[in-house]
Design a protein around this ligand. Structure first.
Ligand code: NAP
Length: 363
């Protein structure tokens, strides 16, 4: 990329927005030129807008400290400043849809961490390692909406990469998965700031994250689907059953999973080989945020652990461990990924890199 793409962040002051700010400092392809959030942050410098609620352990990066935060509803403020927009806002589904459509209609490439458009049949929901071909639905989406340049592409839910990437490594080697039962143990930052109260969380586990189990079961079917007749058709061949819990961990979503195969069943060694030798299109394309090793298998019997493993591959790798046979299904394992990096901002940046590499984002 010989010229960096000017980039905006909507929801720049939030938990995910701050991670975008952090990861985009010195990004070789993207140059942050526009920040937006709610009316209450608008008109303040970024440093002022996040004072008292900056959650990242390093200081607010110098490159954004004095950048003015705009009111995201005033799309005209972004015009001419950038062509790529990352969006992560805590708003209702209809409000998110209206905002993202408005930006796409004005010609922006919108890459979203929000859930509003995830199930739309003409919107790609990407884990670039798995379903990079789904970007080819974008011209259909543009035609359906009468947009010439702009479009919307979305990230899936923050916990699913911890099991979908290990699953995909088996699927591409020809193994057919029949069923998966999974229990997520999701970190606090996944709930945004301030999230649930400390009184509810300390010394506790909350066995409900509203809407999360449905997302954990449906989104994989779209990701594994294929473009047919102008829409992304779901692959419903795997039955998923999810329990989602909130645990007192700051960052990192862990999953305990059991899987069964249909037909040929791999040995433990064959599964480990699939994970170790997983071929990644983002690595092949040289995308700057692609981790060198997408799946890291830990041999220690008590790994992965959020504190020790969430930052592997700069927060973009999926760490897997505890592969063993299952008394009910065929195998079980534990997966882990960083929710605000791989599961949100980092994953969205990787998507944008893929879109840029494939010529979908105009400078
Ligand atoms: P958050 O910490 O609560 O931040 C919300 C952001 O939305 C803030 O920047 C806020 O701006 C902005 N906002 C609120 N109302 C707005 C409006 N009317 N117009 C424009 N901006 C507005 O939430 P979060 O955790 O970053 O999550 C943001 C989105 O990412 C959600 O859709 C969430 O589901 C998704 N997500 C989160 C994670 C995660 O791990 N946290 C992972 C994947 C996806 P002000 O500061 O001005 O109020």
């Amino acid at each position: 990329m010989n010229q960096r793409i000017n980039t905006g962040i909507i929801g720049a002051t939030g938990m995910v927005g701050q991670m975008f700010i952090n990861l985009l400092e010195n990004h070789p392809w993207f140059n942050v030129t526009y920040l937006a959030a709610s009316e209450s942050s608008a008109g303040k410098s970024y440093e002022e807008a996040v004072r008292g609620r900056w959650h990242i352990s390093s200081e607010v990066p110098g490159y954004v400290r004095n950048l003015m935060v705009e009111d995201a509803s005033k799309v005209e403020k972004a015009m001419g400043k950038c062509s790529l927009i990352f969006c992560a806002v805590s708003l209702g589904k209809e409000e998110v849809k209206a905002m993202e459509s408005l930006y796409a209609s004005k010609g922006f490439a919108v890459v979203s961490a929000n859930s509003a458009f995830r199930l739309a049949p003409d919107v790609p929901m990407l884990i670039p390692e798995i379903n990079h071909e789904h970007i080819n639905i974008i011209p259909t989406q543009q035609k359906n909406n009468g947009w010439t340049k702009g479009f919307i592409a979305v990230k899936p839910n923050c916990s699913i990469q911890s099991y979908m990437i290990p699953l995909h490594a088996l699927i591409v080697k020809g193994y057919k998965i029949k069923q998966m039962v999974l229990t997520t143990l999701q970190g606090l930052s996944g709930a945004g700031y301030p999230g649930p109260s400390a009184y509810d969380l300390v010394d506790n586990i909350i066995p409900l994250i509203k809407g999360e189990e449905e997302k954990s079961e449906i989104e994989p079917q779209k990701i594994l689907g294929a473009i047919k007749d102008g829409k992304i058709e779901y692959d419903t061949s795997i039955q998923f059953s999810a329990h989602c819990t909130r645990v007192p961990v700051i960052d990192g979503h862990t999953v305990c999973a059991s899987i069964s195969f249909e037909g040929k069943k791999p040995s433990e060694k064959e599964i480990l080989d699939c994970w170790k030798n997983y071929h990644s299109v983002p690595v092949e394309l040289g995308l700057p945020s692609a981790p060198e090793q997408t799946i890291i298998y830990r041999n220690e019997p008590d790994r992965p652990q959020p504190r020790k493993d969430r930052d592997s591959g700069k927060g973009m790798a999926v760490t897997v461990g505890r592969l063993r046979t299952c008394n009910v299904f065929d195998y079980r394992f534990v997966g882990l990924s960083h929710n605000t990096i791989r599961g949100a901002a980092g994953g969205a940046i990787l998507m944008a890199e893929l879109l840029a590499a494939k010529g979908f984002i105009n400078k």
